[in-house]
Design a protein around this ligand. Structure first.
Ligand SMILES: Nc1ncnc2c1ncn2[C@@H]1O[C@H](COP(=O)(O)OP(=O)(O)OP(=O)(O)O)[C@@H](O)[C@H]1O
Ligand code: SF4
Ligand SMILES: [Mg+2]
Length: 357
């Protein structure tokens, strides 16, 4: 059984300009202990996905539409009572946000915040909770945990605050940690340290990780599989290695070209032209067509389904809604191939042949 199974998730948010269809039929699964990266530019729907899973869409105005399903350990979370969702939050699923100062209470010491989180999720005495809070701070690499317990958030550096946030998220011993842009506010060296910490914790605890970033290189440091989101749709999914080496969708290729290199610390200048369209008015056809360097006539009117890509064992019968993609690519024999799919006509056998891009 998948740990998290999202099917046909459609989430909308009412805005002054109309209803934003922030997620429009998203499927995503995470297995126990798996690390998955969710990437896409600003406005693609990454945070709305995380908030939908946690039952934390803005109110009023945020809605998960009928027909959507989010199952955690087989339990349907869409429409579940608030009490149940609160129990899942922090216990089964925990979240780390981009800016720890928005999640940590500035007037409470770090130790008491972690302790409260521990007491709400685990049967511990106050003394045990303090000891456990110290142990968690040490697990996330804070060098003097006793001092950090007695510090206020503003007394810690940005990197140490983010580590303290991660410690707090671990208090409920979650089986899934969702980290939404957890390193964006940090300098490059600290970013790398925090990403390595997340990977280390994920592996050591056998916990699943959903790491959200606009930068595929960031998630590649900690994740084995990647899901690329564009305009509220999944447009590519595959193993991290396959997508980095050989992105199938022009948008994924563009994201890789416009990346900020973690190692080389400079921006490689081939940005994707334009920006993610307004979620209240998605373009017809392929939603990427107004920006795509390989656009063809049919892209303007017909939206491609998620085609099955290479590095995927070929089923005897194609799945409903999926078509068999490009053939003859080298298969990765070193590991069981992760399912690979992309939403682009170029991935169909008749895509590029019929029309000149
Ligand atoms: N609080 C909100 N109020 C109004 N609209 C919202 C709100 N949150 C999200 N949206 C809408 O949903 C779309 C997706 O937003 P989301 O925050 O999920 O993007 P994102 O991929 O997380 O971007 P970023 O990288 O900037 O965090 C936005 O373009 C916007 O139209
Ligand atoms: S379907 Fe067409 S517009 Fe969309 S990504 Fe593929 S080539 Fe570009
Ligand atoms: Mg976001």
């Amino acid at each position: 059984m998948n740990l998290l199974e999202i099917r046909n998730l459609r989430s909308s948010i009412r805005t002054p300009d109309g209803t934003a269809s922030a997620l429009d039929g998203v499927d995503l699964t995470i297995k126990e202990g798996e690390s998955v990266g969710l990437v896409g530019e600003s406005g693609s729907g990454k945070s709305v996905l995380a908030l939908s899973v946690l039952g934390l869409l803005p109110e009023p105005g945020g809605t998960i539409k009928d027909g959507s399903s989010i199952r955690f350990r087989g339990e349907e979370l869409v429409g579940a009572p608030g009490k149940r969702l609160r129990a899942v939050r922090g216990g089964g699923i925990a979240m780390v946000f981009q800016e720890p100062m928005t999640a940590l209470n500035p007037v409470l010491k770090v130790g008491s915040q972690i302790r409260e989180s521990l007491l709400s999720h685990r049967a511990l005495s106050r003394r045990e909770a303090r000891a456990e809070a110290g142990r968690l701070l040490s697990e996330v690499g804070i060098p003097a945990p006793e001092d950090a317990l007695d510090s206020y958030p503003h007394q810690l550096s940005g990197g140490m605050r983010q580590r303290a946030m991660i410690a707090m998220a671990l208090a409920g011993e979650p089986s899934l940690l969702i980290a939404d842009e957890p390193t964006t506010a940090l300098d490059v060296t600290t970013q790398v340290q925090v990403l390595d910490l997340l990977k280390d914790i994920q592996e050591r605890r056998g916990m699943a990780l959903l790491l959200i970033s606009h930068d595929p290189r960031v998630v590649s440091r900690a994740c084995n599989r990647v899901v690329v989101l564009y305009a509220g749709r999944v447009i590519e999914v595959g193993s991290m290695r396959d997508v980095l080496r050989d992105p199938l969708h022009p948008y994924s290729a563009g994201l890789l070209d416009s990346r900020l290199s973690l190692r080389r610390r400079r921006r490689e200048l081939t940005p994707i032209p334009g920006e993610v369209p307004d979620a209240t008015r998605w373009p017809p056809g392929c939603r990427f067509h107004p920006r795509c360097p390989q656009v063809m006539g049919r892209c303007r009117t017909e939206e491609p389904p998620l085609f099955q890509g290479p590095n995927q064992p070929q089923p005897e019968e194609p799945e409903a809604g999926a078509m068999v993609g490009r053939q003859g690519r080298e298969k990765d024999r070193s590991a069981e191939p992760a399912p690979r799919r992309t939403r682009c006509w170029l991935a169909s056998d008749d895509g590029p042949d019929g029309e000149v891009p």
